[in-house]
Design a binder for this molecule. Structure first.
Ligand code: MN
Length: 232
């Protein structure tokens, strides 16, 4: 086996692979796209107009996805927020995917968190700079087991919520997404070539707030396993 390996000059970084519910199989990750302000009530709480303007996306790194159930409080921030989101995992992709064929690309769905260094994001926004420092850091996307669409279908309604230490903080319904999952896929595919292994975080309902070490976050999405994450 070793003889067949390519001749890399350093040790090959590990492939990020996420658990699939109920099996030992794993989903390998290629890219991570995240949509911003995709629930009206959250757009309003962040000080924006909830009108249906074009969606916008930012990216996290594949190895920011973390299925361990532990969120290490990141450095250089004193205001780290939870954003409960449904993650969409693609099994195929392409360019210019029509909305009515977009769901054919979906492998499955998982509960996830878009953890955000809100203070750093706010500074970057003010300066007109990119958001990466607030969004794409180690462990910034805790994720639960993936439920294949072949088993659960394509969730487009039902409760999405987040509690911290048992107290409900975020609450919404998947049907409140401004841009629905097929529209997100179609839109992204106009700008990027999507492919198997891509992950889309589909936005968060209102109620985002800060966490502290010792907190336990729970993301519940109708039809998916609950994601429990300890802030350590
Ligand atoms: Mn988000």
């Amino acid at each position: 086996m070793e003889g067949a390996m390519p001749n890399f000059v350093i040790e090959c970084p590990p492939v990020v692979a996420l658990p699939v519910a109920g099996t030992a199989a794993r989903f390998p990750v290629r890219r991570v796209y995240c949509i911003g302000r995709n629930y009206a009530a959250h757009a309003i709480e962040m000080g924006h107009d909830p009108d249906r303007e074009d969606p916008f996306f930012f990216q996290k790194n594949p190895d920011n996805l973390d299925p361990s159930g532990r969120f290490p409080y990141p450095p250089m921030s004193g205001d780290v927020h939870h954003e409960a989101e449904m993650a969409v995992m693609l099994k195929s992709g392409g360019r210019n995917i029509p909305v009515d064929r977009a769901l054919e690309c979906v492998f499955g769905y998982a509960p996830a968190l878009d953890m955000t260094r809100r203070d750093l994001q706010g500074e970057q926004k003010k300066l007109g700079r990119p958001w990466e420092i607030g969004k794409a850091f180690e462990g910034s996307a805790p994720v639960g087991p993936i439920h294949p669409a072949a088993e659960i279908g394509h969730p487009d309604q039902g409760r999405i919520g987040l509690s911290v230490n048992g107290e409900v903080r975020q609450e919404g319904d998947l049907n409140q997404m401004i841009w629905k999952v097929p529209e997100q896929i179609a839109y992204l595919s106009e700008y990027y070539e999507l492919a198997a292994g891509d992950v889309i975080l589909s936005g968060t309902p209102s109620g985002v707030a800060a966490v502290a070490r010792g907190d336990v976050m729970e993301v519940t999405i109708a039809g998916l396993e609950t994601l429990r994450v300890a802030v350590v």
